[in-house]
Design a binder for this molecule. Structure first.
Ligand code: TMP
Length: 223
């Protein structure tokens, strides 16, 4: 018998500096109060092997990376993460909160970098059977604001700044890509205005989670 608090796979997406990493704690606390066991993780770098892949991907020294090689490194990181962390956690009853996932690949490598999105989706289907989240929270923000926040963040390691050095036009394409994805799958996405103060953003996140959990409980009752 499925339960209303069955483990969920929830992802957080947004442009640089949208605050998703900082807001995940509030989401985890709320889910815990609703009977979930949250497990926080991220991409790239949610595993020991992924941390090594992340270092290659984000280092400013990797400027010469081929676009397809970049795509496949994100996919490799994800395969390791899904198969050794996400699926086992869900099977053990944990609700997984993941900082970025496949939508980031479509937005960054597809919409912004210009790789063929159909091909990106084919790779995901072949590698991971198109494994997708139950819910995606998109923290939407003007990249000009996000980048100035990200560059002012003293805790941000300098050796992870490759994407922050991309032109603003690139980040505008990322944002537009995310919004297009949200339009295509409104039942999976909740778009949250991340320009508001942190407390207001957290309130909106809790409201989106409540709405999805209630909808899920209803589907189970009627299903
Ligand atoms: P983070 O700073 O949110 O940890 O993300 C790392 C960077 O990697 C960020 O600039 C977005 C980028 N990225 C992609 O380009 N494609 C992907 O599939 C993922 C997961 C992240």
């Amino acid at each position: 018998m499925p339960k209303a608090n069955r483990p969920l796979f929830i992802t957080f997406e947004g442009v640089e500096g949208s605050g998703k990493t900082s807001r995940m704690g509030a989401a985890a606390r709320y889910l815990e109060s609703r009977g979930h066991r949250p497990r926080l993780t991220r991409e790239p770098g949610g595993t020991a092997i992924g941390a090594r892949i992340r270092a290659i991907l984000l280092s400013p020294d990797s400027g010469g990376i081929d676009e397809t090689a970049e795509l496949l490194l994100y996919m490799a990181d994800r395969a390791q993460h899904v198969n050794t962390v996400i699926r086992p956690a869900l099977a053990a009853g944990e609700t997984v909160l993941c900082d970025r996932y496949f939508d980031a690949t479509v937005a960054y490598q597809g919409h912004a970098r210009g790789l063929d999105i159909r091909r990106i989706r084919d790779f995901h289907r072949v590698a991971l059977d198109n494994f997708m989240p139950d819910l995606t929270l998109l923290l939407d923000l003007d990249p000009a604001v996000g980048l100035s926040r990200a560059l002012a963040d003293a805790g941000r390691p300098a050796d992870e700044s490759r994407f922050e050095h991309e032109a603003l036009a690139f980040h505008n394409l990322v944002r537009a890509g995310y919004l297009a994805l949200a339009d295509e799958a409104p039942e999976r996405f909740a778009v949250i205005d991340a320009a508001q103060p942190p407390e207001a953003v957290e309130e909106r996140i809790v409201a989106a989670l409540t709405e999805r959990l209630n909808r899920l409980a209803q589907a189970i009752r009627h299903g």
